[in-house]
Design a protein around this ligand. Structure first.
Ligand SMILES: NC(=O)c1ccc[n+]([C@@H]2O[C@H](COP(=O)([O-])OP(=O)(O)OC[C@H]3O[C@@H](n4cnc5c(N)ncnc54)[C@H](O)[C@@H]3O)[C@@H](O)[C@H]2O)c1
Length: 272
């Protein structure tokens, strides 16, 4: 079950939103690297299906229903890992209701107040709950690595995603300030910033020819599957990234590197 290096051999890792997409791929990759997995999700059935698939492949995994906006459930996640395995060495916090983001976010001037409030609760307070309670456990142990999931949209503007962008921008800022505060206790905090990833809730965009062309034109490399994000998560959780904390790492098929396929330089060469 372990990968060749066994980079997370014996580590106890909890994943939020582990029932689907990037969280599921991260959980499976951590298990393959030797970790013992607590797969959590708001959807208990999805979390258990992933834990069962890890066990069937020879790994060690349990599942738990955890809504990250519910602090008592996040506390239960920490307790479950520690009770079962004695520590919590890694957290991959990935949970977000992506359909809610895609369907309900908007320009601020048109945004429903309830959508703003739910977005901040889901994305930012969810991250606060996980960092606070997992962080306390890791401080007690004197070690741990936390990987948060932000987005390129928190680093570069995206029209019509104002609430999501603001909330994930908070995750980026928290990555740095929390890392600064908790480093002396032996705990590292980093975040990943994917661009478009072909997880289940994004597939409808990719199945439609026109939106597929638009998405492809915004990236230098093919749109990745969640499994292509997972190796970075394993790396950031493992000791081999011990020189990294407070970093915000784009993993984005080149999205941040260029301004789409526009001939900007040509357009500026007036009068040549
Ligand atoms: N897919 C992308 O294009 C993309 C790009 C950038 C960032 N992200 C981020 O990656 C993360 C995962 O996205 P994905 O595309 O894999 O989505 P996904 O829908 O495949 O997985 C998200 C999981 O989170 C769970 N979830 C939803 N609300 C929850 C809650 N309150 N508490 C606990 N679990 C909850 C869902 O049940 C689901 O299993 C999110 O944080 C998202 O913002 C995704």
């Amino acid at each position: 079950m372990t990968d060749k290096q066994g980079r997370l051999e014996g580590a106890v890792v909890a994943v939020t939103g582990g029932g689907s997409g990037i969280g599921r791929a991260g959980a499976v990759a951590c298990a393959a690297a030797g970790a013992r997995l607590l797969v959590t999700d708001i959807d208990a059935g999805r979390a258990e299906a992933v834990a069962a698939s890890i066990r069937e492949a020879g790994g060690e995994a349990a599942s738990l229903a955890v809504d990250v906006t519910d602090r008592a459930r996040v506390a239960a996640m920490v307790e479950a890992a520690v009770e079962r395995w004695g520590s919590l060495d890694g957290l991959f916090h990935c949970a977000v209701d992506v359909a809610f983001v895609n369907n309900r976010d908007a320009r601020l001037t048109e945004l429903d107040d309830e959508v703003w409030e739910r977005m901040i609760d889901l994305v930012l307070t969810g991250t606060y709950n996980c960092c606070k309670l997992v962080g306390r456990q890791m401080i007690a142990q004197g070690s741990g690595s936390i990987v948060l999931t932000a987005t390129d949209d928190a680093l570069i503007g995206c029209a019509g995603l104002d609430a999501y962008t603001a909330a994930k921008g908070g995750v980026v800022a928290l990555t740095r300030s929390f890392a600064a505060g908790i480093a002396r206790d032996g705990v590292r905090v980093n975040s990943i910033c994917p661009s478009f990833v072909s997880s289940e809730p994004q597939r409808a965009w990719l199945d439609d020819d026109a939106s597929r062309r638009a998405v492809d034109a915004l990236h230098l490399l093919p749109i990745p599957a969640p499994e292509e994000i997972a190796p970075l998560v394993v790396y950031l959780l493992a000791d081999e990234s011990r020189a990294m904390t407070g970093t915000v790492v784009p993993i984005d098929s080149g999205y941040m590197a260029f301004k789409a396929n526009l001939d900007i330089v040509g357009a500026m060469r007036v009068g040549d």
